[in-house]
Design a protein around this ligand. Structure first.
Ligand code: GDP
Ligand code: ZN
Length: 294
């Protein structure tokens, strides 16, 4: 049988299929190979008795994060609010970079549209080519569009405490069979000291993963490979990279840089390039041997 691991607890893996949940053990061979099953993994398993089973094989992963330990996230919803705290383009851009690096689609959400005008921010991200949603979890505005974006995917939400992640999840799935209380608690205020990752099925193959806020994912920046790829992790630069005069152009200050030219001419958003410069600066001293081992 094939299913998806939605939870691990005390050495058991809980594998969901379309209509049941199986409590599984992993075959001993996994331990030897050093690959251990993760929440989010699609696995082949053999049933034993009473909805119990043994995992035989882990299907190839689309991606796999270390913090939180989870595999196969399709979409990262990067959420900001109009105030408390206000949108921070650098934090948003940093998350888009981490998402792109991990082969996760970044999607931008501005919540609390009832409190003000986000058009300036949403224009930046639309121009940069990202799917961008302006919503109000409180007044249930724009929430359906987010729901259809999530359908059939494994989604994670990230954003500072207070931006309305729990409110949005509740607005999305309030009447569903999901344990909203638990999700609110987990997605909420970061009171929980235990890092416990779990996927919640919202319907059939639609899942949401509880994710700690911005801070935990920041660790992913300490990665030499990411540093090396930085220019490619800004999809809005891709049309210009080949136009730079020097092949080794860092797109920071060089003469004949097509990216800088595109910023000047309004084809690349200045705040996106500012974030690039800041990330470039932050990572410039990172050496290959300092890179976090995945
Ligand atoms: P979280 O920490 O990201 O999970 O944020 P919460 O969902 O706990 O929301 C933080 C605060 O913002 C709460 O007081 C919510 O009632 C409020 N809030 C959430 N969404 C909205 C919204 O769309 N509009 C307004 N005005 N307030 C909201
Ligand atoms: Zn350049």
């Amino acid at each position: 049988m094939t299913g998806r691991i939605i939870k691990t607890l005390s050495g058991f893996y809980y594998v969901a299929t379309d209509n049941a949940l199986f409590e599984c053990k992993a075959r001993g061979s996994f331990r030897k190979s050093g690959v251990s099953p993760l929440v989010g993994d699609i696995v082949e398993f053999e049933t034993t008795e009473n909805e119990k089973g043994i995992i035989d094989e882990i299907m190839p992963r689309k991606n796999c994060l270390v913090r939180p330990p989870v595999a196969n996230i399709d979409k990262l919803f990067i959420m900001s609010a109009f105030e408390s705290p206000a949108p921070n383009t650098y934090l948003i851009d940093k998350m888009t970079v981490i998402a792109e690096f991990n082969n996760i689609e970044p999607i931008i959400i501005f919540n609390k549209s009832d409190m003000g005008d986000f058009s300036e921010f949403s224009a930046i991200y639309k121009n940069a080519g990202f799917k961008t949603y302006v919503v109000s979890a409180k007044e249930n505005i724009g929430v359906d569009a987010v729901l259809s974006e999530m359908t059939g995917c494994v989604s994670a939400f990230t954003g500072n405490s207070g931006v309305g992640k729990s409110s949005l999840i509740n607005a999305l799935f309030g009447n569903n069979n999901i344990k909203t209380g638990v999700v609110s608690e987990k997605l909420g205020r970061g009171k929980h000291t235990t890092r416990h990752t779990e996927l919640y099925a919202l319907s059939g193959d639609t899942y949401v993963v509880d994710t700690p806020g911005f801070s935990s994912l920041e660790l992913e920046l300490n990665n030499y490979e990411l540093k090396e790829q930085l220019e490619y992790l800004f999809p809005d630069f891709s049309d210009y990279l080949s136009g730079c005069k020097f092949a080794s152009c860092s797109h920071t200050k060089e003469k004949g840089c097509a990216v800088l030219e595109a910023v000047k001419n309004g084809f690349v958003e200045p705040t996106r390039h500012e974030s690039y410069l800041r990330l470039f600066e932050e990572m410039k001293d990172l050496k290959s041997w300092e890179s976090k081992i995945k």
